[in-house]
Design a protein around this ligand. Structure first.
Ligand SMILES: NC(=O)C1=CN([C@@H]2O[C@H](COP(=O)(O)OP(=O)(O)OC[C@H]3O[C@@H](n4cnc5c(N)ncnc54)[C@H](O)[C@@H]3O)[C@@H](O)[C@H]2O)C=CC1
Ligand SMILES: O=C([O-])CC(=O)C(=O)O
Length: 259
């Protein structure tokens, strides 16, 4: 499997190490697309990977699957191109799908190009429960509370404070690098308007903590994940990078676990 990556940051570098050096997934990252020539050159030498600044040239290389590990904005620019070039796609910046019409368009393109789109569970879990809970309707309420340090949120604060309360749609507009988890939750569950999000800044906390609550005909769920932030980017939890690695490991397996 030839893997391409969009982005040259923290997640991209983590995947290059785990796949090209530690061989933790089948296949190899053969090409990286980014804007920063200097960083790209460094990654290219360190991990024996082609670096491209032209998206068309990147997508014309023989790739089986492309991992977007850039930003919500970059995902908006490139995901359709990836699918129309008939590559499978893994999206990290799931906030790009806050626009349901855009999500439907990308899904339709994937159908007509016979490709698959993977949305990793990222820095949370519980998506299996939500999908089962709504299989026959009857999922009523979903809420996520994200608690992060000022460094992880990229803001200044000297006391604990609720800094956002609203829908998943509004949350992405405000914190595009911190609430992709709310979007995957919304897509798995009851949608971007009904999924409620709270963001709390907490100077006393070291871990990126997400608490998910859901209720419906199935009963109730409460799940809390206390994530270690990544050293190179404290906004991002290690689990988010691991979840992409797991998607790449599981993609073609005969045995599927969870729904
Ligand atoms: N689903 C989830 O649970 C999570 C998702 N994320 C998403 O993953 C993304 C990547 O995370 P990190 O690697 O930690 O971030 P990072 O900030 O270390 O790296 C982002 C990279 O994207 C590149 N980039 C930005 N705009 C670009 C463009 N137009 N074209 C090409 N490259 C562009 C930057 O140069 C940088 O190399 C985040 O921005 C966020 O959207 C992050 C954490 C959790
Ligand atoms: O990594 C995390 O804890 C969550 C995150 O940044 C995101 O969902 O964008």
């Amino acid at each position: 499997m030839n893997i391409g990556i969009i982005g040259t940051g923290n997640i991209a570098t983590y995947l290059l190490e785990q796949i090209n050096v530690n061989h933790l997934a089948k296949g190899k990252i053969t090409a990286v697309f980014g804007r920063n020539q200097e960083v790209g050159q460094r990654l290219s030498e360190q991990f024996q990977v082609d670096f491209h600044t032209d998206i068309q040239a990147f997508l014309e290389t023989p790739l089986d699957i492309v991992v977007e590990a850039a930003t919500v904005e970059a995902a908006g620019l490139y995901v359709k191109d990836v699918v129309t070039h008939q590559k499978d796609l893994v999206v990290s910046s799931i906030g790009v799908f806050k626009d349901v019409v855009f999500l439907d368009e990308v899904k339709a393109l994937a159908g007509s190009n016979r490709t698959h789109i993977f949305l990793p569970s990222g820095a949370i879990g519980g998506l299996d429960v939500l999908q089962s809970a709504k299989a026959a309707g009857g999922l009523e309420r979903v809420q996520i509370t994200t608690r992060k340090s000022p460094q992880s949120l990229g803001i200044e604060a000297d006391e604990e404070k609720v800094i956002f309360e609203g829908s998943a749609f509004e949350a992405v507009e405000n914190f595009p690098k911190n609430v992709n988890v709310a979007l995957v939750l919304a897509i798995a569950g009851i949608g971007v308007e009904k999924t409620k999000v709270r963001v709390i800044v907490d100077p006393a906390i070291e871990r990126n903590t997400h608490t998910i609550e859901a209720e419906g005909d199935f009963g109730r769920m409460q799940l809390q994940v206390e994530n270690k932030p990544m050293p190179n980017n404290p906004k991002t939890s290690l689990l988010a990078a691991l979840s992409i690695l797991a998607v790449l490991q599981n993609k073609d397996r005969a045995l599927r676990i969870g729904n």
